[in-house]
Design a protein. Structure first.
Length: 308
């Protein structure tokens, strides 16, 4: 299984940082020209993961501008589509059809072999996914991208949120393996509007939906199935195939959230924590918590406060 590889300019000579950053990106992702804003040296770190068909990266950097001009494209064609998910602050994307200002949580999808300029005046935090054209066409992406696609992940579909979560997990230290087929099926769903078709995708989407609604006491297999656009019977089959069930997974995630809140001292009382995590009964919560962790919820909260 491929492992993420990290590259950083932080310990490099300041005068060489931009050139070495450009060289790294040309080899790892796509060829770019780069320049810092003002007199501040470039501080940038990139974590890369090459999967069998696609490349995923997480990039963090100080304020700078990157450009992919025609000369660079001719010298280093990518034959790929690039997806950039802005994680913080704002960024601009200049293309031959105009300028787009991207907020945190927005994803832009563009032809990597058409000239563009990107700028990050407050610094850069993003996820990048490079998809070969042949793979892009296999998932139903448009044959030509004369105009970049801009998608709002934060306020968009659960499929978009799940794609972003899996991309982030792929390049996170200790994040574990990621199912490339699931990522591609989700991206295809996002750019075409079709419902995803793989059972693994349905489960991944359902898990993200569950995590977003853990605090709702009325969350159930029926409401989850409706929220992700599949039947309740199919949702049950999907979880059953992995040796679990919707109620079991839901209970487990609620208990994990409650334990994290209590151990972090974030819960003011056990009762409040139970409500925040979607439990309708404090007694039921306390019983399940002790059954799962072998200690009382109140003891976890008391210990957290003692250590604060």
């Amino acid at each position: 299984m491929a492992e993420p590889v990290s590259f950083s300019t932080l310990n490099l000579p300041e005068a060489q940082r931009v050139a070495l950053w450009e060289r790294h990106n040309a080899a790892a992702l796509i060829g770019l020209r780069c320049r810092s804003l003002g007199e501040v040296p470039l501080d940038a770190t990139e974590i890369n993961l090459q999967l069998p068909r696609i490349h995923v990266a997480r990039v963090v950097g100080s304020p700078h501008i990157v450009e992919r001009p025609s000369a660079v494209i001719r010298r280093m064609p990518s034959e790929a589509v690039a997806c950039y998910l802005n994680l913080a602050d704002e960024a601009f994307f200049y293309h031959d059809d105009g300028v787009r200002l991207l907020r945190a949580g927005q994803l832009i999808v563009c032809d990597a072999d058409r000239p563009f300029v990107r700028g990050f005046s407050r610094g850069l935090q993003e996820l990048a996914v490079k998809i070969p054209r042949s793979v892009w066409q296999d998932i139903g992406g448009p044959a030509t991208l004369d105009r970049p696609l801009v998608l709002d992940v934060n306020d968009g579909s659960v499929q978009a949120k799940t794609f972003a979560r899996l991309a982030g997990q792929a390049v996170r230290p200790g994040g574990g393996g990621v199912d490339e087929d699931t990522m591609l099926e989700l991206l295809g769903s996002v750019v075409t509007g079709r419902l995803p078709g793989l059972a693994a995708v349905h489960q991944a989407v359902a898990k993200v939906y569950i995590d977003r609604h853990l605090g709702e006491s009325g969350l159930s297999a029926r409401s989850i199935a409706r929220g992700v656009g599949i039947s309740e019977r199919h949702l049950s089959r999907v979880f059953s195939a992995s040796g679990s069930s919707v109620p079991r997974h839901l209970l487990g995630r609620r208990l994990e959230l409650a334990h994290a809140l209590l151990a972090g001292g974030e819960g003011t009382t056990v009762a409040e924590t139970a409500v925040r995590c979607g439990f309708g009964s404090v007694t039921h919560f306390s019983h399940r918590f002790r059954e799962r962790y072998g200690v009382r919820a109140s003891d976890v909260l008391r210990e957290a406060r003692a250590q604060a």
